[in-house]
Design a protein around this ligand. Structure first.
Ligand code: PGA
Length: 251
């Protein structure tokens, strides 16, 4: 299983800035990326072409979108379709990121609709899940992950190519806070996610990648990706500079 090292640039970078960082990443990573590793960069939608062009034809380097709407086209102001993403060479899409759930108010069910629609349209989906601090304090980590996975994967075909669906476990309290979940917390949550995947997808669950996200940095990445059931990382803040993200990708 190839480890997936993913950058989520959120609402950062103009087109020219995205182009510059993507080109720097190619220069830093090309020729060094192990065969069992993939790099994914997910810029804001207006910069998707910049990243797609920079990574075109580069082995193991992919771009994706931060959002998708579950329809082919129509009167959905501000939204983007899977075709639009693919047209700009995007191969992946994030669904259910905590900021979309908690800032933009997306429900578990809507996240599930988007995930299935994106997969059916030929994109790979990174379904993000994770508990808020008050939920962790209340001992509800597994309950939250269970609910978000049930709804998020509800309409995903049980025959899916396991390479196409990825789960990112991102405890909300660790996102952008500098606070990383400890190794035991990560291993425990990822073990639960793997068991839930087995319940849903049977024996192909072992081939589905589970990423960790939440304050991943060059200094902690190697340890995190060495943990059981950690098949890559999803990185926000530390992915914005090419130097820093390239160290994570090659950690
Ligand atoms: P962070 O963000 O690395 O800045 O904590 C992670 C994410 O939101 O995907």
């Amino acid at each position: 299983m190839k480890k997936l090292m993913a950058a989520n640039w959120k609402m950062h970078k103009t087109y020219a800035e995205a182009q510059k960082t993507a080109e720097e990443l190619v220069a830093l990573v090309e020729g060094k990326l192990p065969a069992d590793r993939e790099m994914l960069v997910v810029p804001a939608a207006p910069s998707m072409k910049a990243v797609g062009d920079a990574f075109k034809g580069k082995a193991g380097m992919f771009s994706g979108a931060q959002n998708v709407y579950p329809a082919d086209k129509g009167a959905f102001t501000g939204e983007i379709s899977p075709e639009m993403i693919k047209d700009l060479d995007g191969e992946f899409v994030l669904t259910g990121h905590s900021e979309r759930r908690h800032v933009l108010g997306e429900s578990d069910e809507f996240v599930g609709e988007k995930t299935a629609f994106a997969l059916n349209a030929g994109l790979k989906a990174v379904l993000c899940i994770g508990e808020k601090l008050e939920e962790r304090k209340a001992g509800e980590v597994q309950k939250v992950c269970d609910t978000q996975m049930e709804a998020g994967l509800k309409d995903v075909s049980r025959d899916i190519d396991p390479e196409k669906i990825i789960i990112a476990y991102e405890p909300v309290w660790a996102i952008g806070t500098g606070e990383v979940a400890g190794p035991e917390e990560i291993v425990e949550a990822h073990g639960f996610v793997r068991a839930k995947l087995v319940e849903i997808f049977g024996n192909k669950a072992s081939e589905i990648r589970i990423l960790y996200g939440g304050s991943v940095k060059p200094a902690n990445c190697a340890e995190i990706i060495s943990l059981d059931n950690v098949d890559g990382v999803l990185v926000g803040g530390a992915s914005l500079e090419s130097e820093s993200f390239s160290k994570i990708v090659l950690a």
